[in-house]
Write a protein that binds this ligand. Sequence first.
Ligand code: PEP
Ligand code: MN
Length: 339
Amino acid sequence: MIIVMKPNATKENIDFVEQSILSCGLKAHISYGENITIIGVVGNKALYLDKNSPQVFPGVEKVVQVSESYKLANKKFKADPTVIDLGDGVKIGGEHFAIMAGPCAVESHKQLMETAMAAKNAGAQILRGGAYKPRTSPYSFQGLEEEGLKYMAEAREATGLKVISEVTSAQAIEKAVNYVDILQIGARNMQNFELLKEAGKTNIPVMLKRGLCATIDEWLNAAEYIMSGGNENVILCERGIRTYETSTRNTLDISAVPVIKEKSHLPIIVDPSHATGVRNYVAPLSKASIAAGADGLMIEVHPNPAIALSDGPQSLDPDAFKTLCNELKPFLDIMGRKL
Ligand code: PEP
Ligand code: MN
């Protein structure tokens, strides 16, 4: 349930509504928009309505029931788009577009540094690199773990890029928060609710990838797990879903972008690399993502994709990545987005 305040509602009016919610042992989520303030009742609304009639409180415009089970992630709770501020002018959401680039896995110090330099040089703002790799086969390369995170932090130091890395367990979160700017929760863990709760206890942004077979509502409920734990800095990432089509590794659900924009205030970025598994499809789908309204891209880049320990076939080399970044500029201009 949300309580929409009148445009001229005073601070006293807002405080009064907030107190009425808190006094029932529930949480009040206040979103100060440009014109109107929206107060969300988080918790058992029946308990609240038993004791209160908010529609007649001073300054209240209307009371709206929110039928969706996700609340904090819901656009009805917060009309303005969430902008994730990573510091040093790097923002994701609103008019700000961000490009994340880097290897699937951190393989060595040299490989990561070379990729970081190439990513920076092409115009990316964020370096990606997996240190804990959730691989389909237990015999595949599993990642350098904490050593990989250290290299990520060194690459940040050397280039000024922000860094993002995937976490696969509570222990990995404990380590990663010391080295990275954004925690990534991968597709395979989108409904690992204990992991989501742990991420909700941290105070750095979390990028939540869509599960391989997850509906958009399931995905937003997963975001709600992180947000309800106290961390509202969530970025969504569409990375393709499993369909009957075999020409691509997954099927990029480009429609997820406008659907999310309608349902949520959270920023959404697109990962065309994992969505397709094919290098040649990364550029056209990057452009399509911008046109659809995405707030950023995550692209796999490797100094020598032919010898990559994972996801070589979908990785761009530094030259191809630079060419792509240049090609994206007119699309960003048309959409009124700035890098
Ligand atoms: C990744 O980004 O490294 C990754 C494993 O992607 P996904 O979780 O989308 O499969
Ligand atoms: Mn990968």
